[in-house]
Design a protein around this ligand. Structure first.
Ligand code: SF4
Length: 212
């Protein structure tokens, strides 16, 4: 669920009426949860993009009112739609203060499980990085379980190959990079997965900075 308004959700997913249908789906899941069928909770995952990155606290508050208490914001990657990369990808320098605003709103009022993913560590505001307890809650990769992905194929999937891979390893080796400048001077290259190649192709690495 990428937005909390019909206008943005329908635009981002390219389907008119999608927001209403998805809300109905969430309500169904919450009803199942209240009956005890979903003991591991219902969590929403939004891809951070230019239409939603300035309204993350409002997004979280909207779904909290529905009964959701766990949201994850993952940085967009546009390998599949490179022609729309600039239109949809916010700059890190603009995103970083919005993360501060979202985390502050959550810590002071919302009190949900709120985490972020697929962001270089150095993009997080220092208020988060210098607080290990807060960082462990907010930096998604610090709390994610190891994930294996299996790709199955059907006869019509002529362009797809069956595959099985570790998602984190695949991200590091094929989808992200740690540019020589500045990552060769960073002390946290082990903990950081780097930056999406699609982001680096658009905007370069000038917003990154080595962590000491
Ligand atoms: S400088 Fe590179 S390795 Fe260090 S946090 Fe930033 S992106 Fe990650």
């Amino acid at each position: 669920m990428h937005a909390h308004t019909a206008e943005d959700e329908d635009f981002l997913t390219g389907r008119s009426g999608n927001f209403a249908r998805k809300l109905e789906g969430i309500e169904n899941l919450l009803a199942l949860r209240s009956e005890g069928y979903l003991p591991h909770n219902v969590s929403l995952n939004a891809v951070i993009n230019t239409r939603n990155y300035r309204s993350m606290p409002e997004y979280a508050a909207f779904y909290l009112r529905m009964g959701i208490n766990d949201v994850r914001f993952n940085m967009i990657r546009t390998d599949a739609c490179p022609d729309r990369g600039e239109e949809l990808t916010p700059r890190f320098k603009d995103l970083s203060p919005e993360i501060t605003r979202a985390v502050a709103a959550n810590e002071s009022r919302l009190r949900m499980h709120m985490s972020f993913g697929d962001l270089p560590l150095c993009v997080y505001p220092w208020e988060i990085l210098e607080n290990p307890v807060l960082a462990a809650r907010v930096v998604g990769e610090a709390r994610d379980l190891e994930t294996w992905v299996s790709v199955f194929t059907a006869p019509k999937d002529l362009d797809t190959e069956a595959d099985r891979f570790n998602w984190s390893a695949k991200k590091r080796s094929a989808l992200k990079l740690q540019p020589e400048d500045p990552c060769s001077r960073c002390l946290r290259t082990d903990a950081c997965e780097g930056v999406w190649r699609s982001y680096h192709g658009l905007y370069g690495g000038s917003e990154l900075g080595p962590l000491r």
